[in-house]
Ligand binder design. Structure first.
Ligand SMILES: Cc1ncc(COP(=O)(O)O)c(C=O)c1O
Length: 396
C-alpha cells in the first residue's frame, strides 16, 4: 500500500483504524463525488436520467467485482433487505427447512427465518459452530430433500474466519437446495467470483470494505434462479416495460425485469449509488487481488504478533481461513460492547485510550483491516498491547 493511497483516507492520520468490519473509512474521491451530488441537489441541477445511468453503472461495477452479469444484480439498501427479498420470494411449503449456524450469523440473517417459520411453517435447522468456525460438515449432514436454502456468511462477523463455501455449495446441490450468502464482511476485502463459487444468491452493503455509505447494497441472484422467482415486493423498476417512462403503467400480465433486476423497487438511494460508484472505481483501480493480499497479509502479521504477546487469538496460529479479521478473547459470548473476560475489557479500554479503533462483537475484540491500513498500524497496535501486558502482568 503506497503513501499516495493512504493519503486518500484522512481517517488514517491520527488513529489506528482497525474497524472495517463495522464500517470502513471513506476515501476522498467518495467525499468529492457525494459533495458534487449534494451541490446538485442544493442548486436544483440534478438530472434524473443521469442519476439513473449512475445506478446502472454502479450495478455493472458491482457485477464486474463479483464475476456476475449486471442483470444478476438487484439494488438494495442493506444486507437484510437482500436476504429478505430473496428468501420471501421462494415457493416455500410447510415442512421445508433452512440450514444455518445462527451463532456465527449476524441477527439480520436469523430473524427472517423465524419469521418464515411463523408465516410459512418452515423448519429452522440450527447447527452450532466448531471453535468459532462454520460447522460445514454438520451443516451438510443436516441437509435433506426438504432443505430449500442453506445460508451462511462468506466471512463471519465475529470471529471472522473464511467459510468453506465450496463444500456447502456441493452439499446443497446434492439435495437440490439453494445457497444464500451473507457477504457483508467479505466483498471488497476478498476476491469473489460467484461463478467459481457456484452460489445462488449473495448480498452485501457498501459501508464496510466497499468503502462507501450506509443505505446502499446489492443482491446477486444467479440468473437461472432469479428468473423462476416472483418477487414478493414489486414496483416500477422491477417491471419490464421496455423504454417506457418511469411513471408508465400498463394493464395486463406483469413482466418482471430480467434476472435479479426484478427485485428493484422504486427510486434508488442516489446518494448511496454516487458514493458506491466512486468507491468501486477506486477498488477497481487498486485491484482486488492486491487488496486481498494486502489485508490478509496484515492480518497474518497482527495475529502472529498478538499470539507472541500471549494474547488469546481465536483459532490460534493463522491458518488458510484467516481473512482480514483477527479476534481476541473467548469466542461465542453474546456481548457486543464488552467482552466476558475483564482483562480483555481492560485491554480494549487501553487500546481505545491509545487511539486504536476496534470493536467488540460476540464477546471478542475484533481487529479488522482495510486497504488503508499499513504495517506501521499493526506495529503500533502490537506496541500498545505489549505495554498493556507488561504493566498489567497479563498472562493467560
Ligand atoms: C455478516 C453481517 N451481516 C449483516 C450485517 C448488517 O446487516 P444490514 O446491512 O442489513 O444492516 C452486518 C454488519 O453490520 C454483518 O457483519
Amino acid at each position: 500500500m503506497n503513501e499516495g493511497l493512504r493519503r486518500l483516507f484522512p481517517g488514517t492520520s491520527d488513529q489506528v483504524y482497525l474497524n472495517v468490519s463495522e464500517r470502513g473509512l471513506v476515501p476522498e474521491p467518495v467525499r468529492e463525488a457525494v459533495t458534487e451530488y449534494l451541490d446538485e441537489c442544493v442548486l436544483g441541477t440534478a438530472d434524473k436520467d443521469r442519476l439513473r445511468r449512475r445506478v446502472e453503472e454502479t450495478r455493472a461495477a458491482m457485477a464486474a467485482l463479483i464475476g456476475a452479469d449486471p442483470d444478476e444484480v438487484g439494488i438494495t439498501k442493506n444486507v437484510s433487505e437482500g436476504l429478505n427479498l430473496f428468501a420471501a420470494s421462494l415457493p416455500w411449503e410447510a415442512g421445508d427447512n433452512v440450514v444455518l449456524c445462527p451463532q456465527l450469523e449476524h441477527p439480520n440473517n436469523i430473524y427472517l427465518w423465524y419469521n418464515l417459520k411463523r408465516l410459512r411453517g418452515i423448519e429452522v435447522r440450527s447447527i452450532p459452530p466448531e471453535g468459532g468456525r462454520m460447522p460445514v460438515a454438520g451443516m451438510v449432514e443436516a441437509m435433506d430433500e426438504r432443505t430449500r436454502v442453506v445460508t451462511f456468511p462468506s466471512v463471519s462477523f465475529a470471529p471472522g474466519f473464511i467459510t468453506d463455501v465450496h463444500t456447502l455449495v456441493e452439499g446443497a446441490r446434492r439435495v437440490g437446495a439453494l445457497t444464500l450468502v451473507d457477504a457483508a464482511q467479505s466483498i471488497g476485502a476478498l476476491q469473489t467470483d460467484v461463478r467459481a463459487l457456484g452460489v445462488d444468491a449473495l448480498t452485501v452493503a457498501t459501508q464496510k470494505s466497499l468503502l462507501a455509505l450506509y443505505g446502499f447494497g446489492f443482491l446477486y441472484v444467479r440468473r437461472a434462479v432469479a428468473e423462476q422467482l416472483i418477487p414478493i415486493h414489486v414496483a416500477r423498476y422491477g417491471i419490464d416495460l421496455g423504454e417506457a417512462h418511469e411513471t408508465a403503467f400498463e394493464e395486463g400480465d406483469l413482466t418482471y425485469q430480467p434476472g435479479a433486476r426484478r427485485f428493484d423497487l422504486g427510486n434508488y438511494n442516489y446518494l448511496g449509488a454516487t458514493a458506491a460508484q466512486a468507491a468501486l472505481a477506486l477498488i477497481a483501480e487498486i485491484g482486488m487481488q492486491d487488496i486481498e493480499r494486502h489485508v490478509r497479509g496484515l492480518a497474518q502479521s497482527l495475529a502472529s504478533g498478538l499470539l507472541e504477546l500471549g494474547l488469546p487469538v481465536v483459532g490460534g496460529a493463522p491458518g488458510s481461513d484467516l481473512a482480514h479479521i483477527v479476534s481476541v478473547g473467548e469466542s461465542g459470548g453474546g456481548r457486543h460492547y464488552t467482552a466476558d473476560d475483564p482483562a480483555m475489557n481492560q485491554l480494549h479500554e487501553h487500546l481505545t485510550e491509545h487511539r486504536v479503533r476496534i470493536s467488540i462483537r460476540s464477546g471478542v475484540q475484533r481487529f479488522s483491516i482495510g486497504v488503508y491500513n499499513d504495517q506501521a498500524d499493526i506495529d503500533r497496535v502490537l506496541d500498545v498491547a505489549r505495554k498493556w501486558r507488561d504493566t498489567t502482568g497479563y498472562a493467560r
